[in-house]
Write a protein that binds this ligand. Sequence first.
Ligand SMILES: N[C@@H](Cc1ccc(O)cc1)C(=O)O
Length: 503
Amino acid sequence: MLRYRSIHSIKRTQNIVFASVFRRNITRISPSISDILTKHNIEITEDDLKHDFKEPLISHLRKRGLIETCVNEEQLRKDVETKSLGLYCGADPTAKSLHLGNLLPLMVLLHFNLRGHRIYPLIGGATGEVGDPSGRSTERSSMRDDIRKDHIERISQQFLNFFINAIKYGKTRNPEINNLQIGSQELKNNKEWWQNMGMLEFLAIYGKHIRVNQMLSRESIKNRLTSEQGIGFNEFTYQILQAYDFYYLNKTFNIDIQVGGNDQYGNIVAGVDLINRMRKVEESKFANEVYGLTVPLLTTSNGVKFGKSAGNAIFIDKELTSSYDVYQFMYNTTDEDIKKFMYKFSLLPTTIIDKIIDLHNTDKKVRLGQRILAIEMCDLIHGDGEGLSNYIISEILFSRNDIRGNFKADDVLDAFAKQNLVKDLSKEQLFSTNIVNILHEVSGGEKSKSEFKRMIKGGSIYIGNTKEGKITDSDYSIKADDLIEDKLLLLKAGKKFYVVKAI
Ligand SMILES: N[C@@H](Cc1ccc(O)cc1)C(=O)O
């Protein structure tokens, strides 16, 4: 039963009753998102919170659209519910930062981790030197050693931060996660085992178990063989390196599952094959089955690869892509893609996502779905509260909705403080002089007083973010009423906002 309606259809009195009933359940969720849900009368019940964890994990991941192919699915469905499994997913240090496209396999690791399984993100310190031909039509250009090292350090840190943050984020979206026994997380670098491997040793022990005809039949190789440029021996042998990684990790750390993008299918299967062949040779008896999982290649409804904006990747490193840009990117999601992306990247209960989407569909212009999706993505990557801050900033910049009454003064101050855009001024100072002096002061002398006077004449100075706040008199002095919650003053000069904290 849907216990919510569009805000437009609820009478004020009803609204208050609903809100107070709902708040009991919702307050256990972060205000970053619960305030919006409450405002739209979306109730979260205990059943909603428990629902996803009652589903068998593989079914749940399929429902969330996180699985494209699954090697040995039938057995995996059983093992995942009864055993503690280890999973790994690798990324080569080809760029300074992971990007949104890399997050999908990490979400699979995350869901397993929440249910107690061990996860091992792996940085390809060794494989990065060779270059994966998967999904590429041309050869990778080589990279300087010092640059690769720098990438390795950065991506290793991003891996660790991602999982720490994503789990924290998860707890703010579903308190049920606090009751779970979360699995361990350990970072690996395949340079660790490759740097001591001798070529002779490798060929003698493993070479004969790796079949060249199978290597030639992989999609990524076939395409390149027929290309004019051909394929270098390094890229041709890449799949062996990844196959051996899986074998080594399975034998040494009991890692049972490799997760990757759909273009990694060939490399993952190569690993499963090598493990099975070596087990026969080594006569290992009690070993578990091994598994491969690939996630779909994410494309948008416009047919472009997800995670790129004007051809550039959206990075998870804040210094390369600000969280505000992540928000804007996700806010531009088409209506058709919202559910798909929310299922994949949010840890909100799926029943709540369904309610959000139903409500979104009643009035798409409101862009409720885009807003929540953008908040979810920012909070997942950069921490709870980031999304709300960006939501507030973009509402102030682009919307005519009065922020007074819609946002708490502290949240607005917090949002702008993150961008270093809040200026503290004492109330005595604020109330004792005219608006031109205040503007001059808060702009840091960026514009002269006469320029501000001219702007007032031209009608482009406002208090607040609505038309009603237009200032027409250069001698106007700020009143207590102009402050929001007695502490926030928002000034708009042309396209620019100045945020003042009255102390
Ligand atoms: N080949 C993977 C990275 C990787 C490297 C080593 C592995 O063992 C696993 C995965 C990629 O390019 O995305």
